[in-house]
Ligand binder design. Structure first.
Ligand code: PGA
Length: 240
């Protein structure tokens, strides 16, 4: 399977900025056949992604979803609304949502289930809070991942993407985890039957050695992909 290279734009870019981003990214990655690509803009720009990325090799999706189909949930967005806008990926349980919105493993499990029900791919984020041994990290993330996949029937496990994102390796001032450490955690997570990608301070320098780990099936990029050239540079590494 080709590596999966994606970015979540977090709470960045207005819809007009997102349009410019997609217009810049599209030609940069158009020649690439060596990876699968996706972009997760804020909800306000999902329709822009549909308009600007249609018939391109970049899929789009959202950064969150409500676990129910419809109803009295002010401010929330349902899976059918996302599917209707052509989303194929939906991020669930990012550590910033667990932190800012108190999302539990139980809620993550319901969201993963809902995304699958609507024929999209959940990107389920897991990560240990602080640096330690790879055994301790694996223990923590296996617990999160098992809980998050508790509503996924055996035969659907391969439809899930687990994003291993050590919380301490995410965001401004952090550095990516060591590639061998990542490889060990991914090997352990592979037992759940999902695809496993890595996120946390990935840039065009750290991406190569991380991708070289056999159990790393893709990358989930934050800051380094806020510039379309940065995202394209990382994606291009898969063709070397
Ligand atoms: P970062 O974000 O690359 O800016 O560390 C990664 C993520 O949160 O997915």
């Amino acid at each position: 399977m080709r590596p999966l290279i994606g970015t979540g734009l977090k709470m960045n870019l207005t819809s007009s900025e997102a349009a410019a981003y997609f217009d810049a990214l599209r030609p940069l990655v158009a020649p690439l056949t060596s990876c699968e690509l996706f972009v997760l803009p804020p909800f306000t720009s999902v329709w822009v992604a549909r308009d600007r990325l249609r018939d391109s090799n970049v899929a789009w999706g959202a950064q969150d979803v409500h676990p129910q189909d419809a109803g009295a949930h002010t401010g929330d967005v349902s899976a059918s609304m996302l599917a209707d806008l052509g989303c194929t990926f939906v991020e669930v349980g990012h550590s910033e949502r667990r932190r800012d919105h108190g999302e539990s493993d139980q809620l993550v499990a319901q969201k993963v289930h809902q995304v699958l029900r609507h024929h999209m791919t959940p990107i389920m984020c897991v990560g240990e809070p602080s640096p330690g041994s790879s055994e301790a990290a694996l223990d923590h993330v296996l617990g999160q991942a098992r809980a998050g996949m508790s509503m996924v029937p055996e035969q659907d496990r391969a439809r899930v993407v687990i994003a291993y994102e050590p919380v301490w390796a995410i965001g401004e001032g952090a550095v990516a985890a060591d590639p061998k450490f990542i490889g060990r955690v991914h090997r352990g997570l592979k037992e759940l039957g999902a695809r496993v990608i890595y996120g946390g301070s990935v840039d065009h320098v750290t991406a190569g050695p991380i991708l070289a780990q056999a159990a790393v099936e893709g990358l989930f990029v934050g800051r380094a992909a806020l510039d379309p050239k940065g995202f394209a540079a990382i994606a291009q590494l898969t063709s070397l």
